[in-house]
Design a protein around this ligand. Structure first.
Ligand SMILES: NCCCNCCCCCS
Ligand SMILES: [Zn+2]
Length: 343
Protein backbone atom coordinates (compact mmCIF):
# COMPACT_ATOMS: atom_id res chain seq x y z
CA UNK A 1 0.00 0.00 0.00
CA UNK A 2 1.34 3.47 -0.84
CA UNK A 3 1.29 6.27 1.72
CA UNK A 4 1.09 9.93 0.68
CA UNK A 5 2.71 12.37 3.10
CA UNK A 6 3.98 15.94 3.08
CA UNK A 7 6.59 17.42 5.48
CA UNK A 8 4.77 20.75 5.16
CA UNK A 9 2.39 19.61 7.94
CA UNK A 10 5.15 20.44 10.41
CA UNK A 11 4.68 24.20 9.95
CA UNK A 12 1.36 23.89 11.80
CA UNK A 13 3.04 23.78 15.21
CA UNK A 14 3.01 25.56 18.53
CA UNK A 15 -0.62 26.59 18.21
CA UNK A 16 -2.71 27.03 21.34
CA UNK A 17 -6.31 25.90 21.79
CA UNK A 18 -9.12 26.70 24.20
CA UNK A 19 -10.51 23.72 26.05
CA UNK A 20 -12.67 23.62 29.15
CA UNK A 21 -11.52 26.75 31.02
CA UNK A 22 -7.94 26.85 29.82
CA UNK A 23 -5.82 27.84 26.83
CA UNK A 24 -3.44 24.94 26.32
CA UNK A 25 -0.83 23.80 23.78
CA UNK A 26 -2.65 22.15 20.88
CA UNK A 27 -3.13 18.37 21.12
CA UNK A 28 -3.00 18.22 17.31
CA UNK A 29 0.79 18.49 16.95
CA UNK A 30 3.46 17.55 14.38
CA UNK A 31 4.71 14.50 16.28
CA UNK A 32 1.38 12.80 15.50
CA UNK A 33 2.16 12.54 11.78
CA UNK A 34 5.80 11.70 12.45
CA UNK A 35 4.92 8.72 14.66
CA UNK A 36 2.54 7.41 11.99
CA UNK A 37 5.11 7.91 9.22
CA UNK A 38 7.80 6.14 11.27
CA UNK A 39 5.48 3.19 11.81
CA UNK A 40 4.66 3.01 8.08
CA UNK A 41 8.41 2.70 7.54
CA UNK A 42 9.12 0.23 10.35
CA UNK A 43 6.20 -1.97 9.28
CA UNK A 44 7.34 -1.78 5.65
CA UNK A 45 3.78 -0.93 4.63
CA UNK A 46 4.96 0.33 1.27
CA UNK A 47 6.38 3.39 -0.51
CA UNK A 48 5.88 6.86 0.96
CA UNK A 49 5.36 9.46 -1.78
CA UNK A 50 4.89 13.21 -1.76
CA UNK A 51 1.72 14.96 -2.92
CA UNK A 52 0.99 16.44 -6.32
CA UNK A 53 -0.06 20.08 -5.94
CA UNK A 54 -3.65 20.97 -6.87
CA UNK A 55 -5.60 24.19 -7.21
CA UNK A 56 -8.50 24.72 -4.81
CA UNK A 57 -11.26 23.77 -7.25
CA UNK A 58 -11.84 20.35 -5.63
CA UNK A 59 -12.07 22.03 -2.20
CA UNK A 60 -14.75 24.37 -3.52
CA UNK A 61 -16.83 21.39 -4.70
CA UNK A 62 -17.72 20.72 -1.04
CA UNK A 63 -16.81 23.96 0.76
CA UNK A 64 -18.21 27.42 0.07
CA UNK A 65 -15.72 29.40 -2.01
CA UNK A 66 -15.66 32.42 0.34
CA UNK A 67 -14.70 30.13 3.24
CA UNK A 68 -11.86 28.49 1.30
CA UNK A 69 -10.64 31.87 0.04
CA UNK A 70 -10.62 33.14 3.65
CA UNK A 71 -8.17 30.51 4.94
CA UNK A 72 -4.93 31.71 3.26
CA UNK A 73 -5.68 35.29 4.37
CA UNK A 74 -5.87 34.51 8.09
CA UNK A 75 -2.25 34.73 9.13
CA UNK A 76 -1.34 37.78 6.99
CA UNK A 77 -4.46 39.61 8.26
CA UNK A 78 -3.74 38.59 11.85
CA UNK A 79 -0.22 40.01 11.61
CA UNK A 80 -1.39 43.11 9.75
CA UNK A 81 -3.89 43.77 12.54
CA UNK A 82 -0.99 43.76 14.99
CA UNK A 83 -2.26 40.73 16.89
CA UNK A 84 0.24 38.39 18.57
CA UNK A 85 0.35 34.65 19.32
CA UNK A 86 -2.02 32.06 17.87
CA UNK A 87 -4.76 33.35 15.56
CA UNK A 88 -8.06 32.21 17.05
CA UNK A 89 -11.61 33.50 17.32
CA UNK A 90 -13.31 34.35 20.61
CA UNK A 91 -16.84 35.37 19.56
CA UNK A 92 -19.22 33.13 17.62
CA UNK A 93 -22.49 33.85 15.74
CA UNK A 94 -24.78 31.56 17.74
CA UNK A 95 -28.60 31.29 17.49
CA UNK A 96 -30.40 34.61 17.11
CA UNK A 97 -27.35 36.43 15.73
CA UNK A 98 -26.58 37.22 12.08
CA UNK A 99 -24.48 34.81 10.02
CA UNK A 100 -24.89 36.68 6.75
CA UNK A 101 -22.64 39.64 7.43
CA UNK A 102 -18.96 38.73 7.86
CA UNK A 103 -17.35 41.36 10.12
CA UNK A 104 -14.33 43.33 9.04
CA UNK A 105 -11.99 42.30 11.88
CA UNK A 106 -9.85 39.16 11.46
CA UNK A 107 -10.45 37.96 15.03
CA UNK A 108 -14.21 38.34 14.45
CA UNK A 109 -13.95 36.53 11.08
CA UNK A 110 -12.19 33.63 12.80
CA UNK A 111 -15.28 33.30 15.00
CA UNK A 112 -17.60 33.82 12.03
CA UNK A 113 -15.99 30.87 10.22
CA UNK A 114 -15.60 28.44 13.15
CA UNK A 115 -17.72 26.50 15.65
CA UNK A 116 -15.07 26.20 18.37
CA UNK A 117 -11.64 27.55 19.41
CA UNK A 118 -9.90 24.39 18.26
CA UNK A 119 -8.99 25.40 14.69
CA UNK A 120 -6.24 27.95 15.20
CA UNK A 121 -3.53 29.38 12.97
CA UNK A 122 0.17 30.05 13.17
CA UNK A 123 2.40 31.19 10.32
CA UNK A 124 2.76 27.74 8.72
CA UNK A 125 -0.87 26.66 9.13
CA UNK A 126 -2.16 27.47 5.68
CA UNK A 127 0.73 25.64 3.97
CA UNK A 128 -0.04 22.62 6.17
CA UNK A 129 -3.77 22.74 5.38
CA UNK A 130 -3.07 22.94 1.64
CA UNK A 131 -0.52 20.10 1.79
CA UNK A 132 -3.00 17.90 3.67
CA UNK A 133 -5.58 18.55 0.93
CA UNK A 134 -3.00 17.75 -1.77
CA UNK A 135 -2.07 14.55 0.08
CA UNK A 136 -5.69 13.40 0.10
CA UNK A 137 -6.24 14.10 -3.61
CA UNK A 138 -2.94 12.44 -4.56
CA UNK A 139 -3.89 9.29 -2.64
CA UNK A 140 -7.37 9.33 -4.20
CA UNK A 141 -5.79 9.36 -7.66
CA UNK A 142 -3.85 6.20 -6.77
CA UNK A 143 -7.11 4.39 -5.98
CA UNK A 144 -8.84 5.85 -9.05
CA UNK A 145 -5.85 4.65 -11.06
CA UNK A 146 -6.49 1.06 -10.04
CA UNK A 147 -4.73 0.56 -6.71
CA UNK A 148 -7.00 -1.34 -4.29
CA UNK A 149 -6.13 1.02 -1.44
CA UNK A 150 -3.93 3.95 -0.41
CA UNK A 151 -3.20 5.89 2.80
CA UNK A 152 -3.49 9.68 2.87
CA UNK A 153 -1.40 10.62 5.91
CA UNK A 154 -3.22 13.92 6.32
CA UNK A 155 -2.33 16.53 8.92
CA UNK A 156 -4.23 18.66 9.89
CA UNK A 157 -7.32 16.42 9.88
CA UNK A 158 -10.61 17.43 8.25
CA UNK A 159 -13.79 15.66 9.42
CA UNK A 160 -15.00 18.49 11.73
CA UNK A 161 -14.85 21.07 8.92
CA UNK A 162 -18.20 21.84 7.30
CA UNK A 163 -19.10 23.63 4.07
CA UNK A 164 -18.30 27.02 5.58
CA UNK A 165 -16.83 26.38 9.02
CA UNK A 166 -13.70 25.04 10.68
CA UNK A 167 -13.20 23.57 14.12
CA UNK A 168 -11.78 20.63 16.02
CA UNK A 169 -8.33 21.02 14.44
CA UNK A 170 -9.97 20.80 10.98
CA UNK A 171 -10.00 23.34 8.15
CA UNK A 172 -10.53 21.62 4.78
CA UNK A 173 -12.55 18.41 4.99
CA UNK A 174 -10.13 16.06 3.18
CA UNK A 175 -12.47 13.06 3.28
CA UNK A 176 -15.36 15.10 1.86
CA UNK A 177 -13.09 16.54 -0.84
CA UNK A 178 -11.98 13.10 -2.04
CA UNK A 179 -15.49 11.63 -1.83
CA UNK A 180 -16.71 14.41 -4.14
CA UNK A 181 -13.63 13.98 -6.33
CA UNK A 182 -14.46 10.28 -6.81
CA UNK A 183 -18.01 11.32 -7.78
CA UNK A 184 -16.67 13.87 -10.24
CA UNK A 185 -14.43 11.15 -11.66
CA UNK A 186 -17.46 8.97 -12.40
CA UNK A 187 -18.18 7.01 -9.22
CA UNK A 188 -21.96 6.65 -8.85
CA UNK A 189 -21.96 6.12 -5.10
CA UNK A 190 -19.36 6.74 -2.41
CA UNK A 191 -19.43 5.71 1.26
CA UNK A 192 -17.55 7.57 3.98
CA UNK A 193 -16.93 5.43 7.07
CA UNK A 194 -15.76 7.65 9.94
CA UNK A 195 -14.19 5.57 12.72
CA UNK A 196 -12.71 8.53 14.63
CA UNK A 197 -13.79 8.78 18.28
CA UNK A 198 -15.47 12.13 17.62
CA UNK A 199 -18.51 12.52 15.35
CA UNK A 200 -17.54 13.86 11.92
CA UNK A 201 -20.00 16.73 12.16
CA UNK A 202 -18.45 18.55 9.19
CA UNK A 203 -18.73 15.52 6.89
CA UNK A 204 -22.33 14.96 7.94
CA UNK A 205 -23.21 18.61 7.33
CA UNK A 206 -21.68 18.61 3.86
CA UNK A 207 -23.52 15.52 2.56
CA UNK A 208 -26.67 15.60 4.73
CA UNK A 209 -29.08 16.29 1.87
CA UNK A 210 -27.44 13.98 -0.64
CA UNK A 211 -28.08 10.31 -1.46
CA UNK A 212 -24.97 9.82 -3.63
CA UNK A 213 -22.57 9.91 -0.67
CA UNK A 214 -23.42 7.66 2.29
CA UNK A 215 -21.92 8.86 5.60
CA UNK A 216 -21.55 6.41 8.49
CA UNK A 217 -20.19 7.68 11.81
CA UNK A 218 -19.10 5.71 14.90
CA UNK A 219 -18.40 8.04 17.83
CA UNK A 220 -18.80 9.20 21.40
CA UNK A 221 -22.39 10.17 22.31
CA UNK A 222 -22.75 13.92 21.57
CA UNK A 223 -24.92 14.30 24.70
CA UNK A 224 -21.66 14.05 26.66
CA UNK A 225 -18.85 14.31 24.09
CA UNK A 226 -17.39 16.75 21.61
CA UNK A 227 -18.60 18.04 19.14
CA UNK A 228 -21.85 17.93 21.20
CA UNK A 229 -24.12 19.68 18.73
CA UNK A 230 -24.44 16.98 16.03
CA UNK A 231 -24.17 13.18 15.87
CA UNK A 232 -27.38 11.78 17.38
CA UNK A 233 -28.87 8.54 16.05
CA UNK A 234 -32.00 10.32 14.81
CA UNK A 235 -30.00 12.35 12.28
CA UNK A 236 -30.66 10.21 9.21
CA UNK A 237 -30.28 12.73 6.39
CA UNK A 238 -32.82 15.04 4.75
CA UNK A 239 -34.62 15.10 1.39
CA UNK A 240 -32.63 12.99 -1.09
CA UNK A 241 -30.22 12.29 1.74
CA UNK A 242 -32.84 10.62 3.97
CA UNK A 243 -31.44 7.27 5.10
CA UNK A 244 -27.93 7.92 3.80
CA UNK A 245 -26.57 9.46 7.00
CA UNK A 246 -26.13 6.88 9.77
CA UNK A 247 -24.87 7.73 13.26
CA UNK A 248 -23.71 5.25 15.91
CA UNK A 249 -23.34 7.26 19.13
CA UNK A 250 -21.80 5.14 21.91
CA UNK A 251 -21.27 5.70 25.66
CA UNK A 252 -18.07 6.46 27.55
CA UNK A 253 -16.18 3.26 28.28
CA UNK A 254 -17.19 1.49 25.07
CA UNK A 255 -14.74 -1.36 24.45
CA UNK A 256 -14.08 -3.52 21.41
CA UNK A 257 -17.20 -5.65 21.71
CA UNK A 258 -19.52 -2.67 21.93
CA UNK A 259 -17.70 -0.72 19.24
CA UNK A 260 -17.49 -3.72 16.92
CA UNK A 261 -21.26 -4.21 17.09
CA UNK A 262 -21.60 -0.74 15.53
CA UNK A 263 -18.89 -1.52 12.98
CA UNK A 264 -20.67 -4.71 11.92
CA UNK A 265 -23.97 -2.88 11.44
CA UNK A 266 -22.23 -0.05 9.57
CA UNK A 267 -20.47 -2.51 7.25
CA UNK A 268 -23.76 -4.28 6.52
CA UNK A 269 -25.42 -0.96 5.60
CA UNK A 270 -22.38 0.04 3.56
CA UNK A 271 -22.42 -3.25 1.65
CA UNK A 272 -26.14 -2.85 0.98
CA UNK A 273 -25.50 0.64 -0.42
CA UNK A 274 -22.90 -0.93 -2.75
CA UNK A 275 -20.62 2.10 -3.28
CA UNK A 276 -17.97 2.17 -5.98
CA UNK A 277 -15.39 3.28 -3.40
CA UNK A 278 -15.07 3.61 0.38
CA UNK A 279 -13.38 6.58 2.04
CA UNK A 280 -12.36 5.77 5.63
CA UNK A 281 -11.95 8.73 7.98
CA UNK A 282 -9.28 7.02 10.02
CA UNK A 283 -9.13 8.46 13.51
CA UNK A 284 -7.55 6.31 16.22
CA UNK A 285 -8.59 8.37 19.25
CA UNK A 286 -10.85 5.41 20.16
CA UNK A 287 -7.73 4.07 21.88
CA UNK A 288 -7.92 3.39 25.62
CA UNK A 289 -4.93 5.68 26.34
CA UNK A 290 -6.06 8.63 24.23
CA UNK A 291 -5.77 11.81 26.34
CA UNK A 292 -9.00 13.44 25.16
CA UNK A 293 -11.23 10.42 24.56
CA UNK A 294 -13.27 7.88 26.52
CA UNK A 295 -13.42 4.63 24.53
CA UNK A 296 -11.40 1.55 25.46
CA UNK A 297 -10.07 0.02 22.24
CA UNK A 298 -6.71 -1.73 22.56
CA UNK A 299 -3.86 -1.80 20.00
CA UNK A 300 -4.73 -5.40 19.13
CA UNK A 301 -8.20 -4.24 17.98
CA UNK A 302 -7.04 -1.98 15.15
CA UNK A 303 -5.98 -4.74 12.71
CA UNK A 304 -9.46 -6.23 13.21
CA UNK A 305 -10.97 -2.97 11.92
CA UNK A 306 -8.79 -3.14 8.83
CA UNK A 307 -9.62 -6.80 8.19
CA UNK A 308 -13.36 -6.10 8.47
CA UNK A 309 -13.17 -3.19 6.03
CA UNK A 310 -11.12 -5.34 3.61
CA UNK A 311 -13.91 -7.96 3.68
CA UNK A 312 -16.16 -5.40 1.97
CA UNK A 313 -14.07 -6.08 -1.13
CA UNK A 314 -14.18 -2.47 -2.33
CA UNK A 315 -11.54 0.06 -3.40
CA UNK A 316 -10.71 1.84 -0.14
CA UNK A 317 -8.97 5.13 0.60
CA UNK A 318 -7.80 5.74 4.17
CA UNK A 319 -7.66 9.41 5.22
CA UNK A 320 -5.94 10.20 8.55
CA UNK A 321 -8.11 12.07 11.04
CA UNK A 322 -7.57 12.14 14.83
CA UNK A 323 -5.66 10.26 17.51
CA UNK A 324 -3.72 12.01 20.27
CA UNK A 325 -1.90 9.39 22.29
CA UNK A 326 1.07 10.29 20.18
CA UNK A 327 3.45 7.39 20.75
CA UNK A 328 0.77 4.79 20.06
CA UNK A 329 -1.07 6.38 17.18
CA UNK A 330 1.49 5.03 14.75
CA UNK A 331 0.96 1.49 16.01
CA UNK A 332 -2.83 1.85 15.96
CA UNK A 333 -3.29 3.70 12.66
CA UNK A 334 -0.87 1.43 10.79
CA UNK A 335 -2.45 -1.54 12.56
CA UNK A 336 -5.67 -0.83 10.65
CA UNK A 337 -3.71 -0.74 7.40
CA UNK A 338 -1.75 -3.96 7.97
CA UNK A 339 -5.01 -5.58 9.02
CA UNK A 340 -6.59 -4.40 5.78
CA UNK A 341 -3.77 -6.06 3.88
CA UNK A 342 -4.18 -9.13 6.09
CA UNK A 343 -0.53 -9.11 7.14
N1 LIG B 1 -11.46 18.57 26.17
C1 LIG B 1 -11.26 18.11 24.81
C2 LIG B 1 -11.48 19.23 23.82
C3 LIG B 1 -11.53 18.67 22.42
N2 LIG B 1 -11.51 19.70 21.43
C4 LIG B 1 -11.51 19.31 20.04
C5 LIG B 1 -11.33 17.85 19.78
C6 LIG B 1 -11.16 17.60 18.30
C7 LIG B 1 -10.90 16.15 17.96
C8 LIG B 1 -10.62 15.99 16.53
S1 LIG B 1 -10.52 14.29 15.95
ZN1 LIG C 1 -11.33 12.67 17.03
Amino acid sequence: MKTVYSPLHAGHAGQMELVTSAIVPGFEKPSRAEFVKARVESEKLGPIIGPVEHDLAAAKRVHEAHYIDFLPTVWPEWVAAGFKGTAMGFTWPTRGLRGDVPPKRIDALLGYYSFDAGATFVEGTWAAIKSSYDVALTAAALVKGGERTAFALCRPPGHHAGAAFMGGYCFINNAAVVAQWFRDQGAKRVSILDVDYHHGNGTQEIFYRRGDVQVLNLHGDPMVEYPFFLGHADERGEGEGEGFNINYPMPFGTDWDGWNASLEDACAKLAAYAPDVVVVSLGVDTFEKDPISQFKLKSEDYPKIGRRIARLGLPTLFVMEGGYAVEEIGINAVGVLTGFEDR
